[in-house]
Design a protein around this ligand. Sequence first.
Ligand code: PGA
Length: 254
Amino acid sequence: MKRNGISIQIYEDKEQASVAVAQRMGELIKAKQALGKKAVLGLATGATPIGVYEELIRLHREEGLSFQNVITFNLDEYYPMQPASDQSYVAFMQQQLFAHIDIPAENINIPDGTLGQEVVDTYCEAYEQKIANAGGLDIQLLGIGRTGHVGFNEPGSTADSLTRLVTLNEVTRQDAASAFDGLENVPTQAITMGVGTIAKAKNIILMAWGEKKAEIVKKALEGEITTEVPATFLQKLEGVEFILDKEAAGRIDG
Ligand code: PGA
C-alpha cells in the first residue's frame, strides 16, 4: 500500500515487523561486505527499535552476521547529558545493541551531550560532514513521537534543518519523564540530526507500534505537509517506508 509517495507495510505484530526490518539491514550489511564497502546506518533510540536491535544481535550470534564493516550515526542525544548516565543514548545503544555485536568502537557516532554551548554549532557541522564523508546514510531508522517529531525535530522544524541544538517539546518531555524519574529531571534541550539530514538518507524506515501512535501515523501519512508535524516532510521524499503494526495502522484511511 502507498500513501502520498510513502510505502506502507502493516504487520500482525511489532515482533514480526522488527524481524523484517533487521533482516533488511542484515542483507544490506552483507551486500556491502561482498563489495568490500561500508554500510552506513542511521540509528534511533526509544522503545520502538528495541526489537530490531534484538534481532540484529541474534543474527550476529546465531547466523554469524558481522558488523565490522558497519558505521553508525545516531539521530540524537539529550543536552546536556553525560554518556555514563543511565538515561543517555550512549548507554541505551550500548545496552540494546553495541555491547553485543562486533562493531568497531571508532565506527559508532552519537551526538555528544557533554559539549559547552560555544562549541555545539561547530560540532554539529562536523557531524553532518562526517555523515557525508562516510558516503551518506544507507538506511535511516526512525520512530515517531506523539508530536510528530522524527529524531528530536519538534514542531517548528523546517525541511532543510540540519544537525543542531534544539529545545524539546513539553509532550516529548512528559513522555520521557518516567525514564528520568520525574519531568523536572528531563533535559530541556537535545542535539538532533535535522529533517534535512534525515532526508538525505537513501532509505528511510519509520516504525510505529501500538494504538498510541495511530493518530500521529495517520497525520504523518495523510496530513498536509507542515512544520507543525515534521514527519509530514517524509511525504516529499523518495524511498520512505512506514513499517507498522496493526494497531498503529488502525486509523489510516481504507
Ligand atoms: P518511542 O519514541 O520509540 O519511545 O515511542 C519515539 C520517538 O519519540 O521518536
